[in-house]
Design a protein around this ligand. Structure first.
Ligand code: SF4
Length: 431
């Protein structure tokens, strides 16, 4: 036994979130499905008769098969208005249920959003989705996002010698601490940190495979070797040889945008962002691919990179929050059960091992954010600010990351094009 300790890192900043209600420019009460769990439905049915009760019950409807979950058979969803708003949203933009019955009467989804609760090793945590504009500002614009964690943190004891028979999930806290430390290590450019995270995910795949085959790979040794390699910097010389491929990045951005626009209705905020992105990459006046690549490259070098250089915390915070939000590299489901290789469809993201699959999702979302921000930098040029980046990240999170069909199709596209390896991804991540 070789006991070790690791920091238990939790997104403490989630507790600082406050909804701005009527001031919100992209309210969660508009344009989204609102689900009520079984308990909330029963509570509303038990209310004394009133116009509000009638309004709630009249607008509840069964959840269609494609949106339903077998584990929640009696849940219901609200019928949105013709304007795609929650029918309980009042003309003063306040929630009719909360204003009349209090916050305790809200369904869990309405009470919690944008917080997502989780419990690991009997420790409760909450993370924020950046689909909420106020949450995006709180997270992305924070120059010391993790400072709060330095106080009152827990230590987690783990056994360096754990090998076969120990699931990868048992190392959740060391993996989280290492992943966060890696992506905030400014000794490497951000794209190299993400590349290294991809290599780390591959090592975790190997450990998970070895656990299944009981061949005894030692987690502590694997962890030490990788940590040393990162610390020594000897992988740097190999990484700098990886070529950037802005043409490929631009092509993929266009394909992702088309996929999303074909999969679901697009709200005006998203259309406006896409218009600006397209204007940014078409500034040269020519629609030729070569001219667009030149404009994209110019926007990257002259406007995107200087802003990110001056404000390195912006995209770092985005990735840190993604690591927290997705319980990287497991996901909420992966911590309940390791369902790797559960799909027989090789084009489906579930057909690859859990850590690599999580990494693929993280890196895809980062590549999408980065690509759209470069186009936006080309649109705003010298006027491009951190707030433009924050707004864009919120819109992308709400309209891309929260659409499972888009996510599945985009991962399948990357896999089929051979970009599902760290090397393949490096060409997308590198500017
Ligand atoms: S999106 Fe966020 S700030 Fe806006 S209404 Fe919802 S919780 Fe409040």
């Amino acid at each position: 036994m070789a006991p070790r300790q690791t920091l238990i890192l939790q997104p403490k900043y989630a507790s600082e979130f406050l909804c701005i209600g009527p001031e919100c420019e992209d309210s969660c009460c508009v344009g989204w499905n609102v689900f009520f769990d079984q308990k909330s439905c029963a509570n509303y049915e038990a209310l004394p008769d009133s116009p509000l009760k009638l309004k709630i019950l009249n607008n509840l409807k069964p959840i269609p098969d494609e949106l339903s979950s077998a584990s929640k058979p009696n849940a219901r969803m609200l019928q949105m208005t013709a304007e795609d708003e929650c029918p309980l949203l009042r003309t003063d933009r306040l929630c009719g249920i909360q204003t009349t019955l209090g916050a305790d009467a809200l369904s869990s989804i309405c009470a919690n959003f944008p917080r997502i609760q989780y419990t690991i090793d009997k420790l409760d945590g909450a993370v924020l989705t950046l689909a909420c504009p106020e949450a995006a500002r709180l997270v992305i614009e924070n120059k010391s996002l993790l400072n709060n964690n330095a106080e009152g943190h827990y230590q987690f004891n783990w056994d360096d010698e754990k090998t076969a028979g120990e699931s990868l999930q048992g190392f959740f806290w060391p993996i989280r601490e290492f992943s966060i430390r890696l992506v905030t290590n400014r000794n490497y450019p951000l794209w190299q940190r993400l590349f290294l995270l991809g290599l780390f995910a591959r090592r975790l795949d190997q450990f998970a495979d070895n656990v299944k085959s009981s061949s005894g790979l030692n987690f502590g040794r694997m962890f030490n070797e990788f940590d040393k390699a990162v610390h020594s910097g000897h992988l740097r010389s190999e990484m700098v040889k990886i070529p950037a491929n802005l043409g490929l990045q631009l092509q993929l951005m266009s394909q992702f945008i088309t996929l999303r626009m074909n999969s679901h209705a697009c709200p005006e905020r998203m259309l406006d962002l896409i218009r600006k992105f397209k204007t940014g990459v078409n500034r040269g006046g020519s629609n030729s691919v070569e001219a667009q690549i030149r404009t994209y490259s110019d926007a990257c070098i002259n406007y995107y990179e200087p802003l990110m250089h001056r404000n390195p915390y912006l995209l770092e915070n985005y990735i840190v929050n993604q690591i927290f939000r997705t319980l990287f590299p497991f996901g909420q489901d992966g911590l309940l059960t390791d369902n790797q290789n559960s799909s027989t469809d090789a084009s489906h993201p579930n057909s690859i091992a859990l850590p690599s699959r999580s990494y693929l999702q993280l890196a895809t979302q980062f590549a999408l954010v980065k690509g759209i921000l470069i186009g936006l930098a080309g649109y705003y040029r010298a006027e491009f600010t951190p707030r433009h980046a924050v707004d864009a990240i919120q819109i992308i999170t709400r309209n891309f990351e929260h659409h499972q069909i888009f996510l599945d199709q985009s991962y399948a596209k990357l896999q089929s094009a051979g970009h599902d390896t760290p090397a393949g991804f490096a060409t997308l991540l590198r500017n």
